[in-house]
Design a protein around this ligand. Structure first.
Ligand code: CU
Length: 142
């Protein structure tokens, strides 16, 4: 039974599940050498009956991680920090290029495709979910 469980977990390295919250498609965008910030993306789904709020993120191997939202104002691309991101009951929130992202700041080492970053999502109710995000080449426009 124990090995069966382990096999199931290993088959889905980018999927994390805790209670009513499931995190899928977690990934970190490859950045040019020397970059001081990287972006992580994912989909967070709430299968519960109550709204949940994502309140923060920790990232292994980085000095800091913040929830950010990209937007365009007067033709200028900008980013704003988000205190909380609410996920409606039965709903999901997609972090994707050009919109919501986890801003990873101050990498302790250069990351290459195939490396993995452990992200810990912190919810307003104190729940924490760890997810493993592989580093991938991601087109900004996709
Ligand atoms: Cu950002």
């Amino acid at each position: 039974m124990r090995s069966l469980l382990l096999a199931a977990v290993l088959s889905f390295p980018a999927l994390a599940h805790a209670g009513d919250i499931a995190v899928t498609e977690a990934r970190v965008a490859l950045a040019p050498p020397g970059a001081r910030t990287l972006a992580a993306y994912m989909v967070v789904a709430n299968a519960g009956a109550a709204p949940r709020a994502l309140a923060g993120v920790r990232a292994e191997g980085f000095a800091m991680a913040h929830l950010h939202h990209s937007m365009e104002k007067d033709g200028v691309a900008m980013m704003a920090a988000m205190d909380q991101i609410e996920i409606a009951p039965g709903g999901s929130v997609a972090f994707a290029p050009g919109g919501l992202h986890v801003m990873l700041m101050g990498p302790r080492k250069a990351l290459a495709v195939g490396n993995e970053v452990v992200l810990t999502l912190i919810f307003a109710d104190g729940a924490e979910i760890a997810v493993t995000a592989p580093v991938e080449r991601i087109d900004a426009g996709s």
